[in-house]
Design a protein around this ligand. Structure first.
Ligand code: GLN
Length: 293
């Protein structure tokens, strides 16, 4: 590194982006900018107005530590304890999966139908950071959401996010395994879920940033990746109102086997698979058929 006194916002960004390239980061410049903005308590966009300014020693020390941890593989979202999802801010720590842009297509489609059909209630299974439930609640001011997670630590994060996004009065967080904590007879207009779906044999091939840092509980879908999916499918029918909607996120290679699983559930009508921003199959969508009188 150059002598301490020579670092400006611009030169430090350039140096760090180069360093992250060497360390194999996917988005080196962006990571450098987000970490430097965080260290300087600025918005990323404001870095450019200060391009030639020197950096205070305390911010530099903080930045150096973040750069080291990023180079070791820690995801930026954990380093800055936040991630944007559906244009809303979410607090994250290692107790929850980092919200992915891939999941936004689930929220998009669910919102469109919710508004048209005037949903009153939604169940979110495996809420994690709460990102799906909170994004839905934010755009649907009359809807009440029950959000379940088996991890009490994840629920601490999700509750914090509901408060920060001002929807805590309409999202009720419940600890437990999928449907088990729900009162008998309780049914919803929709069920949404991004369950863990990575097959155990694929976990070792995940990026180091994911494998070594994100909670295994939120990733591992058991031997074939479908252990949670299958439990959701088994229980969803009796927890949906007639005509109610089910949305489940899947891994892209799972489209065919996941759709095939619906054949055992004739009470569901399966709709076309929802594609994510990268045009990959991402969310299965089905409705509970309204019984004919
Ligand atoms: N989309 C995540 C990943 O590929 C996995 C999320 C999940 O298992 N629900 O890392």
């Amino acid at each position: 590194m150059q002598p301490e006194t020579e670092w400006t916002v611009g030169s430090l960004l350039d140096w760090t982006a180069q360093y992250f390239v060497k360390k194999g980061c996917d988005s080196p410049r962006l990571d450098a900018e987000v970490l430097l903005a965080h260290s300087l308590k600025l918005k990323r966009i404001d870095l450019y107005a200060r391009y030639n300014e020197d950096i205070q020693e305390d911010a530099k020390a903080k930045f150096r530590d973040l750069v080291r941890r990023r180079a070791e593989g820690c995801p930026v979202a954990y380093l800055v304890a936040s991630k944007e999802f559906y244009s809303l801010p979410f607090f994250v720590n290692q107790d929850v999966l980092i919200p992915r842009p891939d999941t936004e297509c689930l929220v998009d489609v669910a919102l469109r139908i919710a508004k048209k059909e005037n949903w009153k209630t939604i169940l979110d299974l495996g809420t994690g950071s709460g990102c799906i439930a909170i994004a839905l609640a934010k755009s649907l001011p009359l809807v009440k959401i029950v959000a379940v997670d088996i991890s009490p630590k994840a629920l601490v994060v999700a509750s914090k996010n509901a408060i920060a996004n001002k929807v805590a009065d309409r999202v009720c967080f419940v600890e437990g395994d999928l449907f088990t904590p729900l009162e008998k007879g309780l049914a919803f207009d929709a069920i949404v879920s991004n369950p863990p779906y990575i097959p155990d044999s694929d976990i070792k091939d995940l990026d180091k940033d994911v494998k070594d840092y994100e909670p295994r509980l939120a990733l591992s879908g058991g031997g074939d990746g479908f252990s949670v999916f299958d439990q959701i499918l088994l229980g969803a029918g009796s927890r949906l109102n007639a005509g109610g909607h089910l949305f489940i996120e899947i891994g892209s290679p799972q489209e065919e086997p996941s759709r095939a699983r619906f054949q055992a559930y004739p009470q569901f009508q399966l709709h076309p698979t929802i594609l994510d921003g990268g045009r990959n199959p991402r969310v299965l969508h089905a409705t509970k058929i309204v019984p004919t009188p």
